[in-house]
Design a protein around this ligand. Structure first.
Ligand code: NI
Length: 166
């Protein structure tokens, strides 16, 4: 297992625009494996390459509790957005903080896998939220830049009105 150090807010790396991943080589495969291991260890549902100091368009997402839903997204793009959802969001690069963020309810995504093969799929709900969050990272955008409001420490522990909204 290669656990990488997660860059935290204040580090300029998080504000950079990432370049396309052009080589689908062993180095990319190690990066993807390390990013998944790092995300799982930190109990996150997504991680983008700039969060481990790599300025490439690579992200991993897995919203399942049993780690059965890993998505390895290389050069991902959102082709279509539909509807909206408003709910809480956090980020491994902003530990201890949460905000309320409005995102599309459904997205259609195009990406390359670790071999460079091109795929498209549609997803919705929390997975759509996680994908939008990770893709924002690839352009230097954090959820705090697009959030409706930041949660207080009390709200982070408890129920917020937005939890009922969709
Ligand atoms: Ni994040």
């Amino acid at each position: 297992m290669g656990i990488r150090k997660i860059v935290e807010i204040g580090d300029e790396t998080l504000r950079k625009h990432c370049k396309p991943q052009e080589k689908f080589d062993h180095r990319l495969h190690v990066l993807l494996k390390d990013m998944a291991d790092t995300m799982y260890k930190a109990e996150g549902v997504g991680l983008a390459a700039p969060q481990v100091g790599i300025l490439r368009r690579v992200a991993v997402v897995d919203i399942t509790e049993d780690h059965s839903g890993l998505l390895e997204l290389v050069n991902p793009e959102i082709l279509e957005r539909d509807g909206s959802q408003t709910g809480r969001e956090g980020c491994l690069s902003l530990p201890g903080r949460q905000g309320v963020v409005t995102r599309p309810m459904k997205v259609k995504v195009r990406y390359q896998d670790r071999k460079g093969d091109l795929y498209e799929f549609e997803t919705e709900g929390f997975e759509a939220r996680a994908i939008c969050h990770e893709l924002d990272h690839l352009d230097g955008t954090l959820y705090i830049d697009v959030m409706d409001r930041e949660l207080t420490e009390e709200e982070i522990k408890g129920h917020i009105p937005e939890d009922d909204a969709q």
